[in-house]
Design a protein around this ligand. Structure first.
Ligand code: CO8
Length: 257
């Protein structure tokens, strides 16, 4: 598949997916959502070398939302289908096994904030602005923002952000736990790649299982989540990776996964 709106770059064990529609502030239209889906599938399933994925945007936006010009004249059924498409793509990003870091370079609004929410870790440039401005347009978040934002920052803060439709700056986003770190804009990609490399240097199966167990356990009660953990802990030993990691520790060397 030829990508018109996405650029993929591979740096050893890190795959970088950049949304590249800067003239529309990387707004997500149907075509871009399909391309994003394909890019994520390729990096998740086809490319065995890539262990961590970074999502970012070209220019002054991460993603400024779903494409307003495409949505404006939608029927109810078309809007429902568009919401389902975005939710399917974002659910895939959240639930596939490789960690995904959102490197939020600028505006992350509406569907863009929802895309960042579907990632495992969010690193924001100090110039980033985040928000769910859908109510300004007479709609509500439709790519699972009502759900993921509330789960991440709590219901009261999510309601404030969604009801007011106002943007918040990166520091405010950090203070409420919406982003993990804020870094100077010119250091965003270096910082994100360094973080990705650090994660990529760990036991690969352990990282995949840790993501899966955290995600599943957060939807379950403590006993069920802990049972997932036990099964996954055992599963680590079905690979040679624990032996490699523990031998390296005891021999004071680095593991070769
Ligand atoms: N969709 C389409 N085009 C956009 C979008 C967008 N979301 N955002 C910006 N653009 C376009 C502008 O129209 C403009 O195009 P042109 O140059 O042709 O006039 C270009 O990008 C540059 O934008 P601005 O001139 O507005 O740039 P500014 O720096 O002045 O402002 C802002 C930047 C503040 C980010 C401003 O562009 C803005 O407010 N954008 C809209 C943000 C927004 O409301 N996002 C939410 C959209 S709704 C949504 O995401 C719902 C998700 C769930 C969908 C569920 C399916 C039904």
């Amino acid at each position: 598949m030829e990508f018109k709106n996405i650029v993929i770059q591979i740096k050893e064990k890190v795959g970088i997916v950049k949304i590249n529609r800067p003239n529309a502030l990387n707004a997500l239209n149907t075509e871009t959502l399909h391309e994003l889906s394909k890019a994520m599938h390729d990096l998740s399933f086809e490319n065995q070398d890539v262990r961590v994925i970074i999502l970012t945007g070209e220019g002054k936006a991460f993603v400024a939302g779903a494409d307003i010009s495409e949505m404006k004249d939608m029927s109810a059924l078309q809007a429902r289908k568009f919401s389902q498409l975005g939710q399917r793509v974002f659910h895939f990003i959240a639930s596939q096994e490789k960690p995904v870091i959102a490197a939020i370079n600028g505006f992350a609004l509406g569907g863009g904030c929802e895309l960042a929410l579907a990632c495992d870790i969010r690193i924001a440039s100090d110039k980033a602005k985040l928000g769910q401005p859908e109510v300004n347009l007479g709609v509500i978040p439709g790519f699972a923002g009502t759900q993921r934002l509330s789960r991440l920052v709590g219901m009261a803060r999510a309601k404030e952000i969604i009801f007011t439709g106002e943007m918040i700056d990166a520091q405010t986003a950090y203070s409420i736990g919406l982003v993990n770190q804020v870094v100077p804009s010119d250091q965003l990609m270096d910082f994100s790649v360094e973080l990705a490399n650090k994660i990529a240097s760990k036991g690969p199966t352990a990282i995949k299982l840790a993501k899966t167990v955290i995600n599943r356990g957060m939807q379950a009660d403590l006993a069920t989540g802990s049972a997932y953990e036990t099964e996954a802990f055992g599963l680590c030993f079905s690979t040679g990776e624990p032996r490699e990691g523990m031998s390296a520790f005891l021999e004071k060397t680095k593991p070769n996964w």
